[in-house]
Design a protein around this ligand. Structure first.
Ligand code: AMP
Length: 432
């Protein structure tokens, strides 16, 4: 299922294309039609599942141009950070639509905010419950035209003690409206809201267990640069016969294409690449061949992989360290599912050491740190983004990159260290 099949309109499809987003995530696929059909809905999903777009897409899709002063959509979230994040996402999606999106939150001057939301009116208001209520009681913001309300991260909002404000806000809105709620967990308090204010809601639950399981063998390798990572990748793909069904992650489309080009002469027939610039047909066939087994390895970016559900991945190989540690958790969560074991290989360059440290904070001692075998050729060719800037050149010679494993091992003295290349060797050399 893609966004077009879900009947997402052209302005939003264009915005999604700009964001390089091609596949809906499970929560988006499951809720989109139900939300556009007007049902009350409760989505049980954590951050990272794509829950924000799950409600923003259908809401923006249905929202018609209006000059009305008071908002038709209210989105209630627990914190200022989330207000800003949801606003940013809504603006990205509505790039090709004429929508007035405004935000309010506590801790800032209320009068400035009152003026801000009153001037020119608003279609969508995103806010924290306390500040929304404080403005609504003044009459500057009227909620009697609200057609849809979203209460996002409701469990968090309630645990912050905002129950009275949410109830008061709900009382100010018309009874006849669409109620949407998203929560990471269900509790008695959440249930109370659903029973009191929702009309026969549909419940959609997404299992997104982001705690990596013990069944995933996690290894990290200290590798000086992207081209050496490719050499190591070639080495393991050719020499290790337990790499049966592999998902390779890179951060950008450019890296994906470059990697494919480099692997193509030796491994092209068993490798595919998917990202948003590849045609729908090409992506479809690549995924089909991967599931069938005629392609053993797929190269993907985090964005494109988010909406893809693969079975039985044996190895997740990260050629780049994601800047958000949760992306790493999502990457490795593709393997070690059901009753299967899985392996993750993370390749870390010195300039990615900070991102790596963030990952260690989450998974800690579960990562085994290794060095690549001596037989892997160390490349001196640097990618554009690996080259030191003019000002750095005086301090950093490219040869230093090769030996600068300091940051990699900075916090890892206590961690297990195996100096073998760490992977099961293939009995015979693979013929190409
Ligand atoms: P959320 O779960 O709403 O916090 O979303 C987490 C991240 O996923 C955000 O950065 C979104 O931009 C991104 N995202 C949302 N939907 C998709 C999708 N279908 N494919 C790829 N990324 C997505």
């Amino acid at each position: 299922m893609n966004f077009k099949e879900l009947r997402v309109s052209t302005p939003l499809l264009n915005a999604l294309e700009d964001l390089e987003i091609v596949y809906p995530t499970p929560i988006q696929e499951k809720t989109y039609r139900r939300i556009t059909a007007g049902s009350d809905l409760v989505g049980i999903a954590q951050t990272g599942t794509g829950k924000t777009f799950a409600y923003l897409l259908p809401i923006l899709n249905e929202l018609e141009y209006s000059k009305q002063q008071h908002p038709r959509i209210l989105i209630i979230v627990p914190t200022r950070e989330l207000v800003l994040q949801v606003k940013e996402e809504a603006e990205k999606l509505s790039r090709y639509k004429n929508v007035r999106i405004k935000e309010v939150f506590g801790g800032t001057n209320i009068n400035t905010q009152k003026e801000y939301i009153y001037d020119g009116g608003a279609d969508i208001i995103i806010g924290t419950p306390g500040r929304l209520f404080d403005i609504a009681v003044t009459g500057i913001l009227k909620l009697n035209k609200i057609k849809k309300v979203v209460i996002d991260e409701v469990d968090e909002t309630l645990s912050l003690g905002f129950r009275p404000q949410i109830e008061q806000l709900l009382e100010m809105m018309p009874q006849k409206k669409q109620n949407l709620m998203f929560s990471a967990t269900l509790s008695d308090e959440v249930d109370y809201f659903i029973n009191k204010y929702f009309f026969d809601p549909i419940k959609i639950e997404i299992d997104n267990n982001i705690t990596p399981t013990e069944k995933i063998d996690q290894q990290a390798f200290n590798i000086p640069n992207f081209n050496t990572k490719i050499e190591f990748l070639k080495h393991i793909l050719i020499n290790n016969d337990d790499l049966i069904k592999n998902l390779i992650f890179v951060s950008t489309k450019k890296q994906a294409d470059y990697l494919f080009e480099k692997l193509n002469p030796e491994l092209g027939s068993v490798i595919g690449v998917i990202h948003s610039n590849k045609s729908q047909n090409y992506r479809f066939n690549t995924i089909k061949n991967f599931q069938k087994g005629s392609i053993k390895t797929i190269i993907a970016t985090d964005v494109v992989a988010k909406g893809l559900d693969f079975n039985d991945i044996s190895h997740v190989i990260s050629l780049t360290v994601p800047d958000n540690p949760l992306d790493y958790i999502h990457r490795i969560g593709r393997t070690g599912r059901a009753d299967k074991n899985g392996s993750s290989i993370l390749m870390v360059s010195p300039y990615e050491a900070n991102y790596y440290q963030e990952i260690l904070k989450i998974v800690g001692a579960n990562i085994k740190e290794n060095e690549i075998p001596d037989t892997v050729k160390v490349s001196k060719i640097l990618m554009e983004d690996e080259k030191p800037s003019e000002s750095q050149k005086n301090y950093l010679k490219t040869s230093d990159l090769k030996n600068s494993g300091g940051a990699f091992h900075a916090k890892s003295k206590k961690r297990q260290k195996i100096n073998s290349g760490g992977l099961k060797k293939k009995s015979k050399k693979k013929k190409n």
